[in-house]
Design a binder for this molecule. Sequence first.
Ligand code: NOJ
Length: 610
Amino acid sequence: MGSIAVQEETIGEGRPWWKAATFYQVYPASFKDSNDDGWGDLPGLLSKVDYLHALGVDCIWVSPIFESPQKDMGYDVSDYQKIYAPYGSIEDVDTLVAACHDRGMRVILDLVVNHTSIEHAWFQESRSSKDSPKRDWYIWKPARYDSNGLRHPPTNWRGYFAGSTWTWDEHTQEYYLHLYAPEQPDLNWENKECREAIYEDTMRFWLRRGVDGFRIDTVNKYSKRTEYVDATITDPFSPYQAAPEMWCNGPRIHEFIREINQVLAPYSAVSVGELSNTPDPKGVLPYVSAKAKELDMVFEFSVIRLGNGDLFSGKYIYKPFPLSQLKSLTEKWQCFIEGTDGWTTVFCENHDNGRAVSRFGDPSTPELWRASAKTIALWQTTLSGTLFLYQGQEIGMTNMPTSWDITHYKDVEAVSFFAEAMASGDEERIRKTRHGLGILARDHARLPFRWNEDENVGFTTDETNSWMRIPQERGISVESQSGDEQSVLEFYRRTLALRQEHQETFVFGTHQLLDRENESTWAYVKEGFVVGRDGTEVRRRALVVMNFTAKMAPLMDVSRALGCARDEVRLMVTTGGKEEGLDDGALSAWEGRVYCDFDLDMATSDSRHL
Ligand code: NOJ
């Protein structure tokens, strides 16, 4: 498995390695294809480990690579111990882990254990008969019948991908539960034997092979309310109702997660759970409080879901939002960790959302695209918590062009929502859903990674094979940006390095939002402490100011915001590139800057991290 040269486990009191680490999510099907079948693979990823290392990545999160019929891009696993052949082999995983460890990097896998695929042997057995020893490993319920004798599902719950959460099984004459597609039946975590099998066959199996932890899919949905009753009707036009209160954060969820923690602990494995439908700090803290011994971190989705429509059914009816909302949600999850023993994550992209530059920035011209992608980089790299980047974010990849028609959307969710809108026959709903998909669909982030400017973008050699259409925006590629000091990629490299160098301020510092009502510019002060040579604590403050518009914007009084004398203010970085001759009174379109109150040369030589 190769030598393990990873950093020591902790970098200080309460400072495990993963807090200051930069994580990078790889969506393997779209990252790098090594054998020209149009589907990314593990050898392709392996060939890019040095690229990720040079970028400043500490840990790679690999989205699901296990055996799967791919109804939901591998989030429907049919065998947790086999690799889906187009991705490669289990030996390729070992090689990847060893290659990362050799470089001081780590690898986490995606753990999808709320549900399996219908093709998983456990489900095949469970559905074989009502007396099957594994019947209770999934959630089976009898039908309800109305006064006309018509059969109905056990509850009125709506699934994530439209339609009911229940599918009828002819063979055993019962319904099974699936929060996602019918091909993704939910496991019954109430069953102890089932839980033990999950721990042994999925978690320990991979931990023993040397992976460093897991991103845990749908982590707060394992415990359902066991009454199985109808949800309140919130969408009178649909037979199916959003019901997260029935299956999210259920009565036994913390017990189950503590069990997971006990499985992971002997391996010192890191865990980051996907925590949906929990937008309040009171609900999140029990999952990530160090004392609670549950998860190291979670993804809370308030920021990344901005723009999503109402309820489950209206997700793709786009809802514009003001900058002040983005600011206050960011502030909320920054300040969440102050005075608590919890931890937070920083991210604005993943495989389930449109591209950040198309949602929070401005890709309307090449200049604005570049400026706004860099300002997004500045925003993300100056926030406290563990930073997660998504593949292609570092080169400012954008959503698919609006000229591409609906047939280019492959994702089960986009396809189901669009079909549902079409079936309604409501022209307005169809138009709005199509518009929302153009901004929010999961497909945007799944387009092939642009390595170079060739037709095949270096993703594969024969572009006609590619599983998704290849975007052709010139200038958005690793090749065209490498070495160009003004590029998005080089800016990420620089700010990721600055983040590490000044981690007391950026990763561990406090967050103070200024001028919160301003809908054009965004400013916050980050403050941290280092220990100076003489052993005393030295305060280090940084002011992040960003223009979130395409027009010039007045610059605030920087020394006042930093609380220091004018001659103590230093410019740390600007997205504009040129540090000399900067306008002290204004920010140009989409420009972002960081000022600080300390001498930059002294920052590391004269001090050490706490
Ligand atoms: C969350 C994953 O991120 C998403 O892609 C998937 O569709 C669902 N969980 C179901 O596993």
